[in-house]
Every structure is written in structure tokens, then in C-alpha cells.
Ligand binder design. Structure first.
Ligand SMILES: Cc1cc2nc3c(=O)[nH]c(=O)nc-3n(C[C@H](O)[C@H](O)[C@H](O)COP(=O)(O)OP(=O)(O)OC[C@H]3O[C@@H](n4cnc5c(N)ncnc54)[C@H](O)[C@@H]3O)c2cc1C
Length: 438
């Protein structure tokens, strides 16, 4: 429902930001009859030329929400494998989702607007959710020391929205987090990604591809039946000088990134002729002292943005939505929105999210490196993961969001293959992993 303030301006919950996390939270709580207002500063849903992976944990969650079957019928790419190639040619490693326990033994790659549209359509069918596009959060409102709502700029006017609890799903640079004065370390990674979407050539059979060089990374992920998403690592301080250069020379550098690229990318790249058809995606990590305050909670990137190498930002935001809805239901029952009552949400979500943040940093350190010993170690680790099924499964289970399986010290030694065969338990890949413990 589009927002209209003719009636009472009181809600049970206000969500700032219409990202996937906020929408899942709204859908979960609306089922229980709560009245929810969603504010977003954008005038409408936006789309960028990029793709996104929905990992097995996200698939499970969308399935529980009754959305997965519709998503599978839309124009998305069912991805079963991620192949990592050395820029000079050889395959380093294939990470194979098919060994995961069914039914989510795959991931989906799609244009983010496809999943967003599905969530927005679902929200539009719910009468107790009101949407306020073009409403920008400005400040919090308190009655005494109790938070009682917020002020937003909407339709050129300052507008008051009242609710006993406010949730910030407003991204890595969250204004709500700032208004709550929650101490936070916002880290901008050196490297971001120049992205574009081109016509998809034939030749992809359920896989997506990464090409890794020295201080260089290029990816080609199908996102639909007709489109291929390309991303190219660019340090943010090089972006300006890169984009001052000629676009055709940039395309040539992409085509010579790996020996196989010219054969399948030359045609699709002819269709892209200017920098305007690309987008630059900076990457952030957010670490907050707290995710909750009296009458307020943060979710998604506002609470814990992470490096996209783990491809889990949207998946974890949706998971936050489910858990926060459960916790808030209890808070509404007791009429208690204190930090203590809300911290149950934080204590359930923080450990798995922080494990993913750490993994994201570790992958960034290794994959993006240009330091020869690290590049050597990275390629060696990839080859070990390709050969040793238990290492392959550990990393896959963590990235899939199914179980935290950080590499221990022995795993790291084995991945580097420094102790030769001494500790190699299994050398064969391709056996299915049993279901993770609940
Ligand atoms: C290059 C790249 C690749 C990625 N790939 C993946 C991937 O493959 N898989 C994956 O799961 N994740 C991926 N991510 C991460 C993912 O995109 C984010 O983690 C996810 O979108 C975060 O969702 P969110 O709901 O927290 O916030 P967002 O999606 O950022 O939404 C925040 C919303 O808040 C609104 N807003 C902001 N400020 C205000 C304000 N003051 N008032 C009102 N509204 C406001 C914004 O308009 C926006 O709509 C990737 C990220 C990058 C950069």
C-alpha cells in the first residue's frame, strides 16, 4: 500500500530502508497483524547493472516465506558451480554446490531488482504495511527518555511518524545508526568493482567464473537467460583515472585478462560503448558496538556490512529480518522495547554474521593481493581446496550460510599443502555433504 497520512500517523513499527532485510521483517510482522510503515529516500525501487548471488541459506528463507517457487519461475540463473581460473589460464578450483544437502544444492544468480520486485509485490498485497517512497529519515523523536518515533522529509515537508520501535535497515552509511549514537567502525575497502551487464553468450552450463591475477580480479556470472554480469576489481583511488581513459582500451584489457575470454566476450562487449553503461560499487565493512538501543534496532548493512566476496550481505539481511520479527513479537507481547529485550536478536545474529565478516576479510586479503608470496599461497590454497573434499566442504558450507566452519590452523597448513600428504584425509571431491546439525 502506498503511504497516506490522512489517517492516524501511529504505527507499531517504522522501518527505515526498503532493502531485502526491511521487507522480510515487515512481511513477517505483518502476518501477526502489526501495522508497519516503511520509509525509503528513493522515489522508487532502483536498479543497477549488477548481479547478486542468493546463497542456500537465502533460498531456504525465501522458501519458508513462500517466495522461492515464484523466484525460480522468473528469469534467474541456477548456479551449481563457481570456477576459479588463474589469469594465465589453468583452472585453480571448482566450488561445487551440488555436494550440499538437498533441496538447496545450488545458488541463484540474478539481477537484484528481480528479488526486490518479488518482495515489493508481496508487501503491496498486505494492507497493514504502508510504503513511503521518497521519505528521508532526519531525526528521532523522544517522549522523555523513551523513543516514540521519527521525523522524516517526505514530499518536501517534515513529517512525523510515531511508533514504539524503529528499525534501521538504511545501509552501510546508516543515518539512523548515527542518530542513535551507536559507536561504529565504517571501513571502506581499497577495492571496489566496476560492473556491467552484457548479452549472455552461449557456453555457460550451470557455472559462473572468476579469473584471478596479480592484484587483479574479473568475474563473469550469468544472471538470466539473456544477460551476463561482469565485474572488474578497481581500487577506488584508480577509478577516476581509469574512467578518464578510453572505454575501448578498457574493453581490450578485459578481453586479454584470460586466454578464453576473447572467444566468448568479444561479441557481447561490442554492445557496450561507454563508461555510462557501467556502475562502480564501493565495498564497506561495518562493525558496531551494539545493534540495538532502547526502542531501536539495526539490521543488514547498517549493522554489519561485509565484503561481497562472501556474497552474503543480502542473505544475512533477510535472516536478520526473520530473527528480529520473532524477537519483536515477544517485545510487543510484553510491551518491552528496552535494549535488554531487543538484545536477544543481536545475540542470535552476531556470531554467524561476524564469522562471515572475518571470512570476507580473509578472502579479500588473499584474492585481491598483488604481493607475490600471497599470490603463490592463494593459488596453492585454491588447488588444495579443489583436491581435498573436506576443505572444499568447509568453505562451501560457510559461504552457503548453512554452517559456520572457519578454517582452523591445521586446515590452513593443509590448504597451503606444506605438510604434503601427512594430514590429507580425503583427496576426492564430489561426495554429497550430510545435512548440517539444526
Ligand atoms: C559489489 C557488490 C556485490 C554484492 N554481491 C552480493 C551477493 O552476491 N549476494 C549478497 O547477498 N549480497 C551481495 N552484496 C551485498 C548486498 O548488496 C547488501 O549487503 C544488501 O543489499 C544490504 O541490504 P540492506 O537491506 O541492509 O540495505 P540496502 O539494500 O543498502 O538498502 C538500504 C535502503 O535504505 C535506504 N535509505 C538509506 N538512507 C536512508 C534515509 N536516511 N532515509 C530513508 N531511506 C534511506 C536506501 O535508499 C536503500 O533503499 C554485494 C554488495 C556489493 C557492493
Amino acid at each position: 500500500m502506498e503511504g497516506a497520512l490522512a489517517g492516524p500517523q501511529k504505527w507499531d513499527l517504522i522501518i527505515v530502508g526498503s532493502g531485502a532485510g526491511g521487507l522480510v521483517l515487515a512481511l513477517e510482522l505483518a502476518k501477526k497483524g502489526f501495522r508497519i510503515a516503511i520509509l525509503d529516500r528513493q522515489p522508487h525501487s532502483v536498479s543497477l547493472p549488477r548481479g547478486e548471488i542468493i546463497q542456500p541459506n537465502g533460498l531456504g528463507l525465501l522458501d519458508r516465506l513462500g517466495l522461492l517457487s515464484t523466484l525460480l519461475e522468473s528469469d534467474v540463473y541456477r548456479n551449481e558451480r563457481v570456477d576459479f581460473y588463474q589469469a594465465s589460464g589453468p583452472l585453480l578450483c571448482a566450488v561445487d554446490y551440488r555436494v550440499l544437502p538437498p533441496p538447496y544444492a545450488y545458488s541463484l544468480i540474478l539481477l537484484p531488482e528481480v528479488a526486490q520486485k518479488l518482495l515489493l509485490e508481496k508487501v503491496a498485497q498486505v494492507s497493514n504495511i504502508s510504503f513511503f517512497w521518497g521519505a528521508t529519515f532526519r531525526s528521532l523523536i523522544y517522549e522523555g527518555s523513551r523513543l516514540s518515533g521519527l521525523e522524516a522529509e517526505w514530499g518536501g515537508e517534515r513529517t512525523i511518524f510515531r511508533a514504539p520501535v524503529v528499525v534501521g535497515g538504511d545501509g552501510a552509511r546508516s543515518a539512523l545508526r548515527e542518530a542513535l549514537r551507536i559507536p561504529c567502525r565504517l571501513h571502506r575497502y581499497v577495492d571496489g568493482y566496476l560492473t556491467m551487464v552484457v548479452d549472455r553468450p552461449p557456453g555457460f552450463e550451470g557455472e559462473s567464473r572468476y579469473y584471478l591475477g596479480r592484484r587483479a580480479l574479473f568475474g563473469a556470472f550469468p544472471v538470466s537467460k539473456e544477460k551476463l554480469y561482469l565485474f572488474y576489481m578497481v581500487p577506488s583511488h584508480h577509478l577516476e583515472s581509469l574512467c578518464r581513459g578510453r572505454f575501448d582500451l578498457f574493453k581490450e584489457s578485459l578481453l586479454s585478462f584470460h586466454p578464453s575470454l576473447r572467444s566468448f566476450l568479444e561479441g557481447p562487449l561490442k554492445e557496450v560503448s561507454s563508461w555510462e553503461e557501467t556502475s562502480y560499487m564501493p565495498c564497506f565493512r561495518v562493525r558496531c558496538d551494539r545493534w540495538v538501543a532502547d526502542g531501536a534496532a539495526l539490521m543488514g548493512d547498517a549493522a554489519h556490512a561485509m565484503n561481497p566476496h562472501v556474497a552474503q550481505g543480502r542473505n544475512t539481511a533477510m535472516n536478520d529480518g526473520v530473527v528480529l520479527a520473532e524477537v519483536l513479537e515477544g517485545c510487543f507481547r510484553k510491551g518491552d522495547f528496552s535494549t535488554k529485550a531487543l538484545s536477544v536478536y543481536e545475540s542470535r545474529r552476531r556470531p554467524p554474521v561476524e564469522a562471515l565478516q572475518r571470512l570476507g576479510d580473509e578472502l579479500t586479503w588473499l584474492w585481491n593481493s598483488g604481493f607475490p608470496p600471497l599470490v603463490w599461497a592463494r593459488d596453492r590454497i585454491f588447488r588444495s581446496i579443489h583436491r581435498k573434499q573436506d576443505l572444499h566442504d568447509k568453505i562451501l558450507m560457510t559461504i552457503s550460510g548453512l554452517k559456520e566452519h572457519p578454517f582452523g590452523l591445521i586446515d590452513r597448513w593443509r590448504a597451503l599443502h606444506l605438510w604434503g600428504g601427512l594430514l590429507n584425509r580425503s583427496e576426492e571431491t564430489g561426495q554429497r555433504i550430510s545435512s548440517p546439525d539444526p
